[in-house]
Design a protein around this ligand. Structure first.
Ligand SMILES: [Zn+2]
Length: 167
């Protein structure tokens, strides 16, 4: 989760609350002006307050639009995080015979999918990428530099070059 998204939302929310409470106190001032004991309220003062209120409400509207957009983005990010966490929970971290760590789909969470391994490097970047191949050395489908060693290859048999002598 990108914390700046949450900080943006909280910043916008507190500004929106500030503008709204300012508008509320301006509206209050207008009300007081008209309910005062005075027979004729000061029209000039009233006009100033009404204009101020209109401005504050416009600002509040703009902030509310920004806030609701930021909230939508945040909720979108949270949903994606949640989906990824659920998907990742289907895998278990295992060590290959060569002690490379990979994620393997758990049997009990396979839901009919073939058991496969996923790249831990990509998993760290919140992407689920399959590990291809079936040899001793396999690589990530998204990046050939993500290489995983699986089984211990028996030491290559050395054929002697001695005694051929025909070259
Ligand atoms: Zn990868």
């Amino acid at each position: 989760m990108d914390l700046t998204t949450i900080e943006t939302v909280l910043g916008l929310a507190s500004s929106a609350v500030g503008v709204t409470s300012k508008a509320a106190s301006t509206a209050d001032a207008i009300k007081k002006l008209f309910s005062s004991e005075k027979a004729a309220p000061d029209n000039g003062e009233a006009m100033k307050l009404v204009n101020a209120l209109a401005g504050e409400l416009t600002t509040a509207n703009v902030m509310n639009v920004q806030l609701s957009e930021a909230l939508r983005r945040l909720s979108d990010e949270l949903r994606k995080e949640d989906e990824f966490a659920k998907e990742k929970a289907r895998y278990a971290l295992i060590a290959t015979e060569r002690k490379d760590m990979v994620y393997r789909l758990r049997e009990d969470a396979a839901n009919g999918q073939p058991i496969h391994d996923a790249c831990p490097v990509c998993m760290h970047e919140k992407k689920i990428m399959y590990i291809r191949g079936e040899g001793d050395t396999r690589h990530c489908q998204a990046n050939n530099h993500h290489i995983f060693r699986y089984s211990r290859t028996p030491p290559p048999r050395v054929y002697g070059h001695y005694g051929r002598g025909d070259f």
